[in-house]
Design a protein around this ligand. Sequence first.
Ligand SMILES: CC(=O)SCCNC(=O)CCNC(=O)[C@H](O)C(C)(C)COP(=O)(O)OP(=O)(O)OC[C@H]1O[C@@H](n2cnc3c(N)ncnc32)[C@H](O)[C@@H]1OP(=O)(O)O
Length: 179
Amino acid sequence: MGIRKHKSVKESFTTMTELVLPNDTNTLNNLMGGRLMHWLDIVSAITAQKHSNRIVVTASVDNISFKQGIKLGNVITMEAQVTRAFNTSMEVHVNVWAEDIPSGTKMKSNEAFLTFVALDQDGKPVDVPEAIPETDEENSLYEGALRRRQLRLVLAGRMKPHEAKELKSIFNLEEQLPE
Ligand SMILES: CC(=O)SCCNC(=O)CCNC(=O)[C@H](O)C(C)(C)COP(=O)(O)OP(=O)(O)OC[C@H]1O[C@@H](n2cnc3c(N)ncnc32)[C@H](O)[C@@H]1OP(=O)(O)O
């Protein structure tokens, strides 16, 4: 079967579960940020691979906040979905929950956006199928994806601020940004 031109967001939805073990924690018995980022990279890359049916590489990771420590023994659940596909790149959103099973508590601990690029057999970027949102949440993430893309490309020096039309419109920056 050939590569399809469109795919629904839910087709590549991916869940990953991890148990926070002693080797994952700092001296306060909290999950190390770097370990969580590793898991986020893996679950998001799997999602992007499922969407594109290609090998993918991480092009960028947007900011990740750590509001509360995640404790030794917690069960971490990560849910990743492609929010929008552009040409060769895809934005992936991940939600993270930390669960303390003995006390029956579960909190949303983090969320993150990552961008992946699909590569062909020669390692060159290759076009990916469009991602079709269906639910309200998928539509909302899809709508916001263009301005997040522009912001990260401006920050990466790959887009001139005056080309970021979506950002101009939300921040009303017509006057401030140089052409
Ligand atoms: C799963 C892993 O951990 S993989 C290991 C870590 N990642 C890597 O090693 C990737 C190393 N980087 C690379 O190989 C290259 O820089 C690539 C493939 C990401 C981009 O290659 P380039 O030659 O710049 O390709 P090109 O200019 O055609 O851009 C390709 C796409 O990448 C996107 N892109 C490039 N840099 C960024 C960035 N910093 N943030 C977001 N998107 C980016 C472009 O916008 C473009 O998207 P589009 O086709 O949807 O419009």
